[in-house]
Every structure is written in C-alpha cells, then in structure tokens.
Write a protein that binds this ligand. Structure first.
Ligand code: MSP
Length: 500
C-alpha cells in the first residue's frame, strides 16, 4: 500500500532548532514503521523559502533572499542525516519545478473563478506571514505567537474566495471526524470555520521574493499558497523522470505544529477543492516543545540546538527523548536535566543494561548459544497483541503512546530478570531447564521490543539485532516466538554508555 507522510516545510529565515527536528523525527518514526510493515512509503520534508519573513531576514543580513535560502536550506538538509531521518526527498520551494507547478495549480484556481482583485486592509504579522482576524490579536495589537507589534496593511491584492467554501468545509468536518487529530485541534479549526470565513489575500504586490502570479506578474503568490502546495508539487519531480502523484496522492498524514493549524485545516482543503484536487487523509497536529515555559522559537531566543544534543547524547537518545518526555499532541517542557535523567534511567538502565545483561548471561551460562527450548508461555502472553497495538497507535499517528506500550514490556523484562534470578538458577544443576527457558525467553523478549523500537532508536536497534544474529526488522517477525532459536549471540558494547 502506498503511504505518504509529510512535515511542514521549514522557514529558511532561521537555523534549525529542536522544534523543527521534533516534527521531522515524528514523521520518520511513522515512515520507518510503515516500511517495516512492507508498505510503499514516501516521506517528504523540505524548506519554505519565499515570502516576507525570508526577504526581511536577508535584508537585515545584507544578502539576497536566494543567498540566505541557499545557506539555511543547506543547514536543514544537513540536519536530516544527523537525525537519522530517512526522507525520500527534500523539497525547496525556490526549485523552478515547484514554481512551475504552483503556477499551474493556481492558474486552475483562477480559471475556476475562485479569485478576484480587491483591497486588503487589516492587521498582519510579518513573522507569521499571516493576516490576523480580530480574534487572533493579542494585547496592544501584537502577535500572540511572536509578541511583536502587528502591521496595519492596506494594499491591492488578488483574493481567494475562501468564504464560498464555508459549507463544503463544514461538510468535510461533519463527514470525516478524523480529518484533523487530536480532537481538541479539530474543534479549534471547526470553530474558526464556524465563526465565518472571510476571503483571503492570495497575492502580495509589495515585494518580489515569491512565485509570480501568472495572470498578473506584478504580484507574487502569498507565501502560504506556494508553501502548502509543496506537498502536492513534490511528487511530480521528486524522482527523476517519474511522476509519483498518482501513486502517493492524496497524502496519508500531514504532520504539523499547532501554530499552523488554520493554514492546513482550513485554507489548504479549500485550495484543493478550488483546484479540483483530492484532499489529504489526515492532518495530525502536535504541541510545542517548551523551554523555560515558552514555545521554543528563534524569535524568542530560547532554543536548544539539536546538534549539541546529538553531540552529547547521540541521535537515538534525542529521538527517544522527544517522544517520551512530551506526549505527542500536547505541549511539554524539555530540558537538559530531563535528557540526562531519561538517558540514565531509561535508555542506559531499563533498556541498554537489560540487553547487555541478557547477552552476557547467555555467554556466561550457555557459551553464547540461545537455548532452542520452548519460551515461557506466561511471559509470551504478556506480549500478546503488542505488535498489533503498536501498529494501531501508529496508524493514528500516536508515537508517544506506542512507545509507552513498548516500554511497559521493557520494564516487564527487567522484572522477569529479577523474578527468575538466572544467576541463582545457574548454581543449581536441577534448574538447568528453567535456566534454558529463562534465557530463551529473555532473549526473545529483548528481540521483540527491539524490532518494535526500530523507528525510535534505529542505530541501537541495528547494533543489538546484529549482536543477536537476528537482523530482520520485518514486522511479521515482531511477535513473541514460542521457541528459542539455538543461534549464537555476540557480546555488545554498552548501547548507551554512562560516561557521556
Ligand atoms: N514555513 C511554515 C510551514 C509551511 S508548511 C506548508 C512554518 N515554518 S517554521 O519553520 O516556522 O515551523 C514549522 C514547524 O516547526 C511547526 O509547525 C512545527 O511543526 C515545528 N516547530 C517549530 N517550533 C516548534 C516547537 N517549539 N515545538 C514543536 N514544534 C515546533 O511555519
């Protein structure tokens, strides 16, 4: 089955921070998991390079917007392998192939009668590149997200007849209750729609850093139209000589932060309806990573650099921590102390130590051979349905909840070691069978959780599965086997060394 997952495309007016890494890792978790299940996955990320925020940032640095875009897009692109993210393509909206396709689709919207020339007057945040409604304005005419004064804008623009999509959007929300998740975000988008939709500026005449409006080249498209279309345009040129649109469109999941809900849950479906293009299946909205109680953001200056975190704790630890510390969908605080604690107590102790101990015991008591005996049925029963539960949660894009399910089994295996105390069994010749069963069961339990952990901590998983001589990530093999395999394990360096 084709499966298409996307991240927002990141503004190039700033460098990547942990917030950007967060959404990207979430998408990678889904993509890796679906590949384990044998699905045909396409995973897209990239950079949003046009618009006023970028033009302003470039001006402040005395360089051209394209130079700034090239410089920062390269930083985002370089972040992907550092995060061990397996995106199939990285789209840049300054790519001429994207520009051409945007023009085609927008022309279609124009030809279908959904545009008109009018005058915009109202409040605008240059950092959000967003025209604010009255109920989206904070104290003293400021932006509630960036805390900067809003600008009073008056200009002649092309408009998109968003108001005519009031009913079709209401119908969409009524017919597809899972179109936006979680539910609180769905309700937020719906109440925005219910408050009455107003037509939307479609072009800007004040600056030139954007995609020229085909029917009025003195204007460029409002950056959000250009940006949202990336999800669709990318498929037409991501693979040389091939158009993947028919295979992967509509997208299964757009993952987004809650700051860009309105654009994805209201404007985007209306645009697609106007162009006669099928709608994506789900918008999945996550919360903010907070640092010192505030949204981590470049403009507030409270950012954690993902590269620093990786240098200190490793990529797997970063990937794990983000989805463990903060429940995906909610806001949550992250901190260096939090990293240290989870690294020590969960990755190093609960998991890393469990794996090393188990392998060490097989080496010590059974010369490295996993006993080919029946595994403990009672323990196996506690793993019953686990792969299905994890898959069902990830089908709903709930990576933290899926991780919690897996981690409960990691903890169960630790308790099993204590209950069975293999070191005592090893001293009792009568208990040889019980020791065989214990070791075979522990190894199998470790293997199962490890296969399931692949999307979260891929590097450690690869090392551990190869030490177990069972490298397959295939989801069909994620069930708890009834029989030990009689194969040989090899010693392994600590997966999460304590000395970092
Ligand atoms: N360019 C637009 C998106 C266009 S999509 C067609 C944009 N870019 S952004 O770089 O400002 O932010 C993009 C995304 O980064 C957010 O929606 C969110 O997914 C992620 N995050 C940025 N800061 C974040 C946190 N502090 N916490 C969690 N995610 C955050 O908006």
């Amino acid at each position: 089955m084709p499966y298409y997952v996307t991240t927002p495309i990141y503004y190039v007016n700033a460098q990547p921070h942990l917030g950007h890494a967060y959404t990207t890792i979430a998408a990678d978790i889904l993509a890796r998991h679906m590949r384990q299940r044998g699905e045909d996955v396409f995973f897209l990320t990239g950079t949003d390079e046009h618009g006023e925020p970028v033009a302003l940032a470039a001006e402040a640095q005395g360089i051209s917007p394209k130079e700034l875009a090239d410089r920062n897009a390269a930083r985002f692109e370089a972040m992907m392998p550092r995060l061990n993210v397996t995106n199939d393509f990285f789209i840049r909206t300054s790519d001429p192939r994207h520009i051409r396709r945007v023009q085609e689709v927008m022309q279609r919207i124009h030809d279908n009668g959904h545009t008109y020339l009018g005058t915009y007057e109202g409040w605008y945040c240059p950092r959000c590149a967003d025209f604010k409604n009255e109920n989206e304005i904070a104290e003293g005419n400021t932006c509630p997200i960036h805390h900067i004064p809003l600008l009073r804008e008056r200009e002649e623009n092309w408009f998109f007849r968003l108001s005519t999509f009031q009913e079709p959007l209401e119908r969409l929300y009524a017919e597809r209750p899972d179109w936006v998740a979680p539910e609180a975000r769905r309700n937020e988008a719906l109440s925005f729609i219910n408050s009455g939709l107003r037509d939307l500026s479609l072009s800007r005449g004040k600056f030139t850093w954007g995609v020229p409006v085909t029917w009025d080249p003195a204007h460029v498209f409002y950056v959000w139209f250009d940006a949202l279309l990336n999800y669709y345009t990318a498929l037409s040129f991501a693979r040389e000589g091939e158009d993947l649109t028919d295979t992967f469109w509509p997208a299964n999941f757009h993952l987004i932060g809650k700051d860009i809900l309105k654009f994805h849950a209201v404007y985007w479906p209306a645009m697609l309806m106007a162009a006669g293009i099928e709608l994506p299946r789900h918008e999945i909205v996550h919360g903010y990573l907070l640092l010192d109680g505030e949204k981590m953001s470049k403009s507030l200056g409270n950012v954690l650099d993902p590269f620093d975190v990786i240098d200190r704790f490793g990529t797997d630890a970063l990937r794990y921590y983000c989805f463990r510390e903060v429940s995906f969908g909610q806001d949550g605080s992250v901190s260096t102390t939090g990293f240290e604690q989870r690294y020590e107590s969960e990755l190093a102790n609960d998991y890393g130590n469990l794996a090393s101990r188990t392998i060490a015991m097989v080496n010590r008591y059974r010369e490295g051979l996993v006993p080919a005996v029946a595994t403990d049925a009672a323990l196996a029963a506690e793993f019953d349905g686990l792969p299905e539960t994890v898959a069902a949660l990830l089908d709903r894009a709930e990576p933290s909840q899926a991780l919690e399910e897996i981690w409960q089994r990691v903890r169960r295996l630790n308790r099993y070691v204590e209950e069975r105390a293999p070191w005592k069994l090893a001293r009792d010749p009568e208990a040889a069978d019980r020791l065989d069963e214990t070791l075979a069961s522990l190894i199998e339990g470790v293997r199962v959780v490890t296969v399931l952990l692949h999307p979260y901590i891929p590097e450690s998983v690869e090392k551990l599965l190869s030490a177990l001589d069972r490298p397959s990530l295939d989801y069909a093999g994620a069930g708890f086997a009834a029989q030990g395999w009689g194969t040989r394990v090899s010693a392994i360096e600590p997966l999460f060394p304590k000395t970092r």
